[in-house]
Design a protein around this ligand. Structure first.
Ligand SMILES: [Zn+2]
Length: 420
């Protein structure tokens, strides 16, 4: 038997074990906040122990352990592939609105229920099993495979992936990263927009509304300011050539719209400006002396934070009494990997062979931990189950998608490390 056939054999013959693991994982409360993932980490470590795979734990905060497991292939040195998933999940919210216990792990009609099953207990479990199967077949692989299972993704990653890449860089940086956050089977994500949050404060003299000539209105300034800020949506991104060529393709545009909603093909490639809050004015017959706006800019690949901040500063200067500050300063840039990278080819081909139509490479609207690798120049790709219901009430994941995602990652990793 060829080892690829053995890999397929493990994927198929252990389906019950895979589902059992996911079910038990779904029953462990890892809601973040508070984000205590110790029990889930124990559960993962017990699995690795059983598989005879070495691992270690890095816990900058005792309740948020991160696991690193790694092995060398038997065919000598080669590339280092990193698999990345997270243990923590969104909080439950209002428990009364759930039909089932959010930690039930119930299986019904081919779906496994529970908070975080979509984001991303399905994906993290898929990568754990793919990793274990590759380990069993390591004699036929070259290079190295590392699994990182982190405990802080939902609150920004500071104590999870960001910490590991800072403190354990040589162990977890790698040459390529696979992540299985929910992407939907129709798309493989190779980049992400980023967010830039600004607060504008407008302060003018104000006064009596019957005497507009005696003092300005901060709300009136805000109205004009907003129009200028919205014009930032027209900034043209400077996309790398392969990114532009990929995102221009009609089938890629169609997949983006299918996956992210009508209009998404354009939204992924331009700045979006959301005037999230406006607070100004005291009373109907007073000229408002101040107004505060909070604005959420989402930046596409090819437009830097600095470029937008420069434009904003220019605009703010034109409006009297206006100043602004960055909320969450130092955030990430929009980030992207080469959509023609070899790993993308493996993912598209392996998934395409199992689906009616191959997935398409797109840029994501939301963020994942892959940004931490991309910003270090390491190519990173996301392929996972449907994001539908993610973080919502009665979250549940399709078991067929769970098996599919595991298989695609295992085979793409195989292609990357066994080299055909
Ligand atoms: Zn996630």
């Amino acid at each position: 038997m060829t080892t690829e056939a053995e890999l397929l054999g493990f994927l198929k013959s252990e389906r019950d074990r895979q589902v059992d693991f996911l079910q038990r994982f779904a029953r462990i409360d890892t809601a973040n906040p508070p984000g205590d993932t110790r029990q889930a980490a124990d559960f993962f470590r017990a699995f690795l122990d059983k598989e005879g795979i070495a691992h270690r734990t890095e816990a900058p905060k005792a309740n948020n352990p991160n696991i690193i497991a790694s092995f060398e292939g038997g065919r000598g040195p080669g590339r280092h592939l990193v698999l990345n998933g997270h243990l923590d999940v969104f909080p439950v919210g209002d428990r009364a609105t759930w039909q089932r216990d959010p930690w039930s792990g119930d299986i019904s009609d081919g779906r496994l229920h529970g908070r975080g099953t979509v984001d991303m207990k399905c994906g993290t479990t898929a990568l754990l099993f793919a990793f274990a199967y590759l380990h069993r077949l390591r004699a036929d692989l070259s290079g190295r495979v590392t699994l990182t299972v982190v405990s802080d993704e939902e609150t920004g990653g500071k104590w999870g992936t960001a910490w590991l890449l800072e403190k354990c860089a040589k162990d977890v940086t790698g040459d390529c990263v696979l992540n299985s956050e929910p992407s939907g089977l129709a798309t493989v994500r190779f980049g992400e927009k980023c967010m830039l949050w600004l607060r504008f404060t407008i302060a003018v003299k104000g006064g009596h509304s019957a005497y507009p000539h005696t003092g300005g209105s901060a709300n009136k300034v805000a109205a004009a300011l907003i129009q200028d800020l919205l014009a930032i949506e027209k900034m043209a991104p400077d996309e790398p050539a392969t990114v532009r060529a990929t995102l221009d393709r009609p089938e890629v545009r169609a997949a983006a719209e299918l996956s992210l909603g009508a209009g998404a093909a354009d939204v992924t490639r331009r700045v979006s400006v959301n005037i999230g809050t406006i607070q100004g004015g005291v009373k109907i017959n007073m000229l408002p002396p101040d107004c505060v706006l909070e604005v959420d800019f989402r930046l596409p690949v090819g437009i830097s934070r600095a470029a937008v901040l420069g434009r904003v500063a220019e605009i703010a200067r034109r409006h009297p009494g206006t100043r602004f500050e960055e909320l969450l300063p130092g955030g990430p840039e929009a980030n992207v990997s080469d959509p023609t990278h070899e790993m993308m080819g493996h993912l598209l081909r392996r998934a395409g062979a199992l689906l009616d139509a191959p997935p398409q490479p797109i840029v994501s609207l939301g963020g994942t931990d892959t940004r931490f690798w991309r910003t270090r120049g390491v190519p990173a790709f996301v392929y996972g189950c449907s994001p539908a219901g993610m973080g919502g009430v009665d979250e549940s994941v399709s078991l067929a998608e769970f098996h599919h995602v595991m298989k695609v990652h295992a085979l793409a990793a195989w292609d990357f490390l066994a080299g055909g």
